[in-house]
Design a binder for this molecule. Structure first.
Ligand code: HEM
Length: 499
């Protein structure tokens, strides 16, 4: 009996050793094949990524040194034993800006899971479209695609018009100054637009940026990024020791309560078969939105979506749909202010479309005719992609180009890098995965048509009213990769009223 146990134990040990040796050999090949900066013990390469303004700069510097596929280690370095056990590779990140590998990753139906970095979004967004995966993501993606049918997009233009008219009024108070940071103005406008488009409520962010709702949105977008960079805040067990934890709890209560109230009231109206609500609703519902109606009417596996599932999608659209467009609009304005000849061409196109009338309302067809402006926006998104990095988690090991990438590593899609790499930079479609501001493949941006219409509508209205000029003194952007691409010292230009 004892001999039996001894033999079985010995066999188990041999199998384990052989398995570890095999894993180690496989990983050794991987570690050798993928270059990258030498990690420090315990910290890895974390010190190089200590702030939002360092991130893009460091990734870019490494890309130049190590090429378009390289590895970095954020956090404790994996030793030989850890390397042998694939599932513990949680701190290893493969940075990718090679267009062929990006095509492989982004077009895959298997590589759809988001990496750990998205966990900080979950307290707010739960498992909405951006943060979910698997069957839930697939079913919800199918439903939500209808929210961007062109008939629905057409209806949004009225909302754009009202909110952007207010933005233009606000900017008018800044004319004649030598430098104006346009970002805060634009972001309040895009927040108004997305709230009204998704929930049908007017939050008047542009008139009341101190409201608890606006302040809560601002707090959450700040906290998400602070957690990603702070060792004290990034771990759930330490987070309650920080101030942000309590700010987050308060902000989330306000945000979730608002979404829940709007959902409940819209459902009531739907049940009462009311087509339009009045302004007098408790939470200011102006008009039922196709977006919310779609979610309330949707059926998944024969059942309606729960209140929680609908709330997650509403909050996801609130988050994804306002800062991204604010970033794109602000950087496009900056580019136009600093390229007078391009601005002139965009303005001439506007003159033709609107017959020289600066205050005409914009139609869907007008927006379709803004071909040159569209090119300018695309070029601005190449230089300043609103989402400069995004990532995937390898749930299984991946074999690509003869290399086995271990399970558990994160693939960081470095859109900013590939957009600025002259080897690949190309927006005319010859290298489709080299231009990816809206990502690509099955998990691309579901809101990109909405975004493009909103950006065009905003730039068009601003440009018909103002001539944009460079700020004085010349403004140099300090790019910061926050929840979206921002400039740490603002996006400053100067505005002159057109005659
Ligand atoms: C200039 C504006 C925008 C840019 C550059 C942009 C970019 C992106 C990118 C790069 C992704 C992929 C992120 C990832 O893989 O983690 C994404 C996903 C997404 N975007 Fe956008 N976005 C913009 C505007 C919008 C708007 C206006 C909405 C909603 C109205 C929206 C809703 C979403 C959603 C829900 C997802 C997740 C899609 C999925 O995983 O199936 N985006 N966006």
């Amino acid at each position: 009996m004892t001999t039996y146990v001894a033999i079985i134990t010995a066999m188990c040990i041999v199998v384990l050793v052989l398995w570890m040796a095999r894993q180690f050999n496989k990983n050794k090949k991987f570690y050798k094949a993928i270059p990258g900066p030498l990690p420090l013990p315990i910290l890895g390469n974390a010190l190089e990524f200590g702030s939002t303004t360092k991130l893009l700069h460091t990734l870019h510097k490494y890309e130049k040194k190590y090429g378009e596929i390289y590895k970095i280690q954020i956090g404790p370095i994996s030793n030989v034993i850890v390397r042998a056990v694939q599932s513990t590779q949680k701190t290893l990140v493969i940075v990718v800006s090679d267009h062929k590998f990006l095509e492989y990753i982004l077009s895959s139906m298997k590589l759809l899971s988001k990496s750990k970095g998205y966990d900080f979004l979950r307290p707010w967004l739960g498992t909405g479209l951006l943060t979910s995966d698997g069957i839930k993501w697939k079913k919800h993606r199918k439903i939500l695609t209808w929210a961007f049918h062109f008939q629905i997009l057409k209806e949004s233009i009225g909302i754009f018009e009202t909110c952007i008219t207010k933005l233009v009024e606000k900017l008018q108070t800044e004319t004649g100054k030598t430098a104006v940071d346009v970002y805060p103005y634009v972001t309040l406008c895009t927040l108004d637009i997305i709230c009204e488009s998704t929930m049908g409520v007017t939050i008047n962010a542009q008139d009341d940026d101190q409201s608890e709702y606006v302040q809560s949105v601002k707090a959450m977008t700040r906290i998400i990024i602070e957690r990603a960079f702070s060792p004290l805040q990034m771990y759930d067990f330490l987070y309650p020791l920080t101030r942000n934890y309590y700010t987050q709890r308060k902000a989330l209560k306000i945000l979730h309560d608002k979404s829940n109230t709007v959902i409940r009231q819209t459902l009531q109206k739907l049940q009462n078969k009311e087509t339009n609500a009045t302004e007098d609703d408790d939470c200011g519902i102006k008009k039922r939105t196709p977006f919310l109606d779609l979610l309330l009417n949707a059926r998944v596996d024969g059942r309606s979506l729960t209140q929680e599932e609908i709330r997650e999608e509403v909050d996801t659209f609130m988050f994804e749909g306002h800062d991204t467009t604010a970033s794109a609009i602000s950087f496009t304005l900056f580019c136009l202010a600093n390229h007078e000849n391009v601005q002139e061409k965009v303005f001439n196109e506007q003159q033709k479309i609107f017959n020289c009338k600066d205050d005409s309302t914009t139609t869907y067809d007008d927006l379709q005719n803004m071909k040159y402006l569209e090119l300018v926006i695309k070029e601005s998104l190449r230089l300043y992609p609103s989402v400069p990095v995004y990532s995937r988690n390898l749930c299984d090991e991946l074999k690509y180009d003869g290399i086995i990438f271990p399970r558990g590593v994160a693939l960081l899609i470095f859109a900013y890098g590939i957009h600025r790499n002259s080897k690949f930079a190309d927006i005319d479609g010859k290298l489709p995965y080299s231009y990816i501001p809206f990502s690509a493949g099955p998990r691309n941006c579901i809101g990109q048509k909405f975004a493009m219409l909103e950006i065009k509508c905003t730039i068009s209205k601003i440009l018909r009213k103002f001539k944009l000029k460079p700020a004085i003194p010349q403004h140099t952007l300090v790019l910061a990769a926050e929840s979206v691409l921002k400039s740490a010292n603002g996006v400053k230009i100067s505005l002159d009223l057109r005659q």
